[in-house]
Design a protein around this ligand. Structure first.
Ligand SMILES: NC(=O)c1ccc[n+]([C@@H]2O[C@H](COP(=O)([O-])OP(=O)(O)OC[C@H]3O[C@@H](n4cnc5c(N)ncnc54)[C@H](O)[C@@H]3O)[C@@H](O)[C@H]2O)c1
Ligand SMILES: [Fe+2]
Length: 386
């Protein structure tokens, strides 16, 4: 794969706009199904986002059931519980309402409803045997994961303290309704952590070994949107404009990394989440600047582009200084939005790092990283971040 040889896939239809979620009942009916299971979580319910959607579906004459037992960074048991509930309710349609956790849970439920077995059997690339007959609509309420359009589901295997990724083109939702107004209620800390996850998606995919022109274009635009709006979204979450730009930024980043994949911030982040039970966004935010410093020498030009997209003054700087300005810009952003920038703030100890490096080196995204690390180098990055 290179600049003149690439495949760009986008299996999910996207409808974007303030209030677009009102289209849901009409869209469900277009699929000629009528027993909807909404997969969500208690936080989304408490924020008042579920009730109007549930009512709009019921008012349209559809049968609605709700599975709201999804926890952040969901475990494998949750997927099995959701699949059992889907079967019990005789549902034939899935709506995922929430952040990456409910969206990935719905993807997992769909796999089990179609093919049975244990969800762990589908971990890795292309283990899902066929396209689903159950339509899935994703409705994101965070500006973060991009899961509304991605071919990935990331789940926590607490038996082995690792995050597993299921990746298959058959995981992509049929329709994503991206309504920025649903993100207004996200509290500052969740806005900050999920926003840094979206930024990491855009940055990692832009420098990935599988980088390609369409994904590059989406990623650079996403970096600029997130760089210009994340602070404002954290400072005053009730303003629709920065929220709309963040929703767009995380969507574009999702479309990009669906095609050009990610790098070792996500490998180390998965290890950190597995070992120390740190939420995905927080883990990613704490690691990103250190990984950027490590990676910069692999592609000074592209890291310079990132600095520029983040609004840094790069005129007159050497290529090397531009590249390192990108890492510094991300570090300043993390600090401004009050996220931890040291692993010790999560209770991580030096003796934990070797196990984390060992688990990260086996992660699928290491191969896509612009610089090829060995286990010792991953350990060194973690030590710097400690
Ligand atoms: N599938 C993918 O492509 C992909 C990519 C990156 C990350 N992930 C996974 O997604 C998960 C993380 O998802 P996330 O970061 O979106 O967070 P999340 O879904 O875990 O939500 C975090 C918290 O925010 C609350 N919340 C969400 N929206 C809210 C709103 N509008 N108002 C008030 N509260 C709200 C939830 O109730 C929850 O308590 C992780 O498991 C991660 O590994 C998946
Ligand atoms: Fe992520």
């Amino acid at each position: 794969m290179s600049t003149d040889n690439f495949i760009f896939r986008m299996a999910t239809t996207v409808m974007f706009g303030k209030g677009i979620v009102a289209q849901l009942p009409t869209k469900v009916k277009e699929f000629k199904k009528d027993k909807v299971l909404i997969v969500t979580d208690k936080g989304v319910r408490q924020a008042g986002l579920l009730a109007p959607i549930e009512k709009s579906l019921a008012d349209a004459g559809l049968h609605v059931a709700v599975f709201d037992d999804v926890e952040p960074d969901p475990g494998l048991d949750t997927i099995h519980q959701g699949a059992a509930f889907f079967k019990e309710q005789k549902s034939d349609f899935l709506v995922a309402l929430g952040g990456g956790s409910p969206m990935d849970t719905a993807k997992g439920i769909r796999i089990l409803a179609d093919h049975g077995g244990h969800i762990r059997d589908y971990a890795g690339m292309n283990k899902v045997p066929a396209r689903s007959s159950i339509p899935l609509v994703t409705i994101p309420t965070t500006s973060g994961t991009g899961s509304e359009v991605t071919i990935f589901a990331v789940l926590s295997d607490w038996e082995h303290n690792v995050k597993i990724t299921i990746s298959s083109p058959y995981l992509a939702a049929d329709l994503a309704l991206v309504d920025p107004l649903l993100t207004l209620s996200a509290p500052p800390r969740i806005t900050a952590a999920t926003g840094m996850d979206a930024l990491a998606h855009a940055i990692e995919t832009y420098v990935s070994n599988l980088a390609q022109p369409p994904a590059d274009t989406l990623a650079l635009k996403a970096i600029a949107l997130i760089g210009a709006n994340l602070r404002a979204a954290v400072a005053n979450g009730s303003k629709p404009e920065p929220r709309t730009e963040m929703s767009l930024g995380s969507l574009l980043a999702g479309m990009a990394f669906n095609n050009a994949f990610l790098g070792i911030t996500h490998s180390l982040g998965a290890a950190l989440s597995g070992h120390a039970h740190v939420s995905h966004g927080m883990a990613i935010a704490s690691l990103l600047p250190y990984v950027m410093e490590y990676n910069a020498m692999a592609d000074l030009g592209k890291y310079g582009d990132i600095a520029l997209a983040l609004g840094e003054k790069v005129e007159g700087l050497s290529l090397r200084d531009r590249a390192f300005a990108a890492a510094e810009a991300v570090r300043n952003l993390t600090e401004d939005i009050n996220l931890p920038s040291r692993l010790r703030e999560f209770g991580v100890k030096e003796e934990d790092l070797a196990g984390m490096a060992k688990s990260a080196i086996g992660h699928g995204m290491v191969k896509m990283n612009p610089r090829h690390p060995n286990e010792t180098e991953l350990f060194d990055i973690l030590k710097k971040a400690l």
